[in-house]
Design a protein around this ligand. Sequence first.
Ligand SMILES: Cc1ncc(COP(=O)(O)O)c(C=O)c1O
Length: 355
Amino acid sequence: MKKIYFDYAATSIKRKKILEDILENADKFDGNPDSSHSFGREAKKILEESRGKIAKSINANPSQIIFTSGASESNNTVLSGFADKKIITTNIEHDSIENTYNPEKTILLKIGEDTNILDQIKEKLTDEVKLVSIMMVNNETGLIFPIKEIGEFLKDRDVYFHVDCVQAYGHLDIDVNAMNIDFLSLSGHKIGGINGFGVLFARENLPSFIKGGEQEKYRRAGTSFVIGAYSMAKSFPYMIEEREMIRELKNYLIESLGKTGLAFEINGNPEKYVDHIINIYFKDYRADFLLTYLDMHGIGVSAGSACRAGAVIPSKVVERIYGSERAKNSLRISLGFENSREDIDKLIEVLGALR
Ligand SMILES: Cc1ncc(COP(=O)(O)O)c(C=O)c1O
């Protein structure tokens, strides 16, 4: 049975071309970039070249790029840096934001299907608020937030702007200057890099909660994960090349869903959502049943976020936007570079057999 992966928003399939390239050049990754011998210098060269490429991908300066263990750490670092300040964020952020902010100091924006978040920010922003933290693309529904407009509004105000760009990176253009972003979080494994590597773009230094050596110019201690940086930097150009293909697949999936004969609705308006995430409400089936059924046919999808220890827990985001009954019957299908029209045909055939 051919296995089909539709869970790229949880983590991407790894890019075999990049893994092979790493193996072929394995000697170059041996040293510790902070060692002064030739092994160290070689690793340092790769690390800094990767930093340069990642910086360029978001129009940042390499000195503003801090390597971390993942976007959870990047998000934690920013939110912890503002723990004693008043902040604005939304009720559909990733758990690494939601579990870090201080609820007593947080103004939580409630997101609906078509909420104009900028109006809410305008209404709630006071002089006391020192950070606005909004994700660019929601990981459970694919909802896109108007980051450029928010950045424009915050530009000349005495408030910092943090954007969790994990699910936008590679799928949508990001420019930290044009968008007036002060802090930004990225994750390597969502685009095909190796898990356990992330980026924090920071215009200003924040206290690192990992203390130790001088790595990352004292902004984040710990021996650098050179292969993580390399694999992320190498993956980015592929993401740009694959955009059109993913858009076509999304349209094909939406067109084909009717052929299942199942009663369904797309959660949200697909026109306003990123191409690789489609969240679908199946009126007559529970998501935990569908997930197990599809898994038995070798098809991997998810219900909510993958950060929930393997349990099938309904999407908190669908629940907050549409209520808990709809969330219990909603599935997330997220597309990536190894998917094809044949994979979608198979999904439709397997779902159709439920009738
Ligand atoms: C929107 C969003 N932010 C943050 C994260 C955390 O990223 P990482 O796995 O690199 O810690 C994820 C991962 O699911 C995500 O989707």
